[in-house]
Write a protein that binds this ligand. Sequence first.
Ligand code: PHE
Length: 343
Amino acid sequence: MELLDQIEQHKKDIESFVAGNGDAAESFRIKYLGTKGIVKNIMQEMKHVPNDKKKEAGQLLNEFKKFTEEKYETLKAESSPLTAHSAEAIDYTLPGDDVTIGTRHPLSIVRNRIISIFNRLGFVLAEGPEIEDDWHNFTSMNMPENHTARDMQDTFYVQKNPDWLLRTHTSSVQARVMEKQKPPIRIICPGRVYRNETISARAHCFFHQVEGLYVDENVSFADLKQTLYFFVQEMFGKAVKIRFRPSYFPFTEPSAEMDIDCLICHGKGCNVCKHTGWVEILGSGMVHPNVLNNFGIDPEKYTGFAFGMGMERICQLKYRVNDLRLYSQDDVRFLKQFAGVIY
Ligand code: PHE
């Protein structure tokens, strides 16, 4: 049978077909499996096969088609650079795959930096819970019920009576530490705080603070100033200027807010400093005697200072991040700019 002979001959040809390079598989495909290829041609022969042989011939043809397709697959695999066994099939000079290196979040960078600066002054790390009770967040901090100062911070309540809330400031950690530990106390407490505010470039419903507390005999306002002055110089450089403005916090007396000269415009006036040349970075003061008394610490014997600063603000001045929302959007284009910053 003529068809049978043809198929046998093609099979032999195919078996001895050797792949030289990537094109071999493709030229094989065109020759045998293409629209004008040999397999198609032979299929056409079916019409000349007498009826009583059609079944047998059909089987033969299908087998041949399968055989050819298998050979094509093998050729393809052999000529792919990934599976090729011959050294010349791999181009070692091609650039390697990109290795994506993770980055620290800018707030983590700033947080670690702040901790390390205060560590050098003997402040140790302290932490407290983000869900607080009324006592630790408000009452013990000299803000009894119905105290107007509570309105300064719009609070998220988790539960009323007894009150459970999301802490509005890290000052609650002062309470957590003073109820367990007696002076000397020297702590630094970074953490997330929550306030019920409309989210915008300048306000967010959560942000981060760092609280500092130093209670011992003979701690003075001069110590507070010098400590904070050291901090800003370490953080922003020796040239930075500071100023203290009288302020009010229920848990400190006297109280002061501290400004540094605007690092964005260097005093010329810009959006960040609202054209004043100064940016507020923290609240501070001498620990109120009532607060010390709340924890059984004798205010006649001990004095202390406390401060609380906004981490996002420090980050804004250090890295020019001008929209608070960027910190929590997980945008890789923002985050990857901090690659390689170790601190
Ligand atoms: N807790 C204050 C605030 O959130 C900051 C502060 C801390 C002020 C410690 C004085 C002393 O605004």
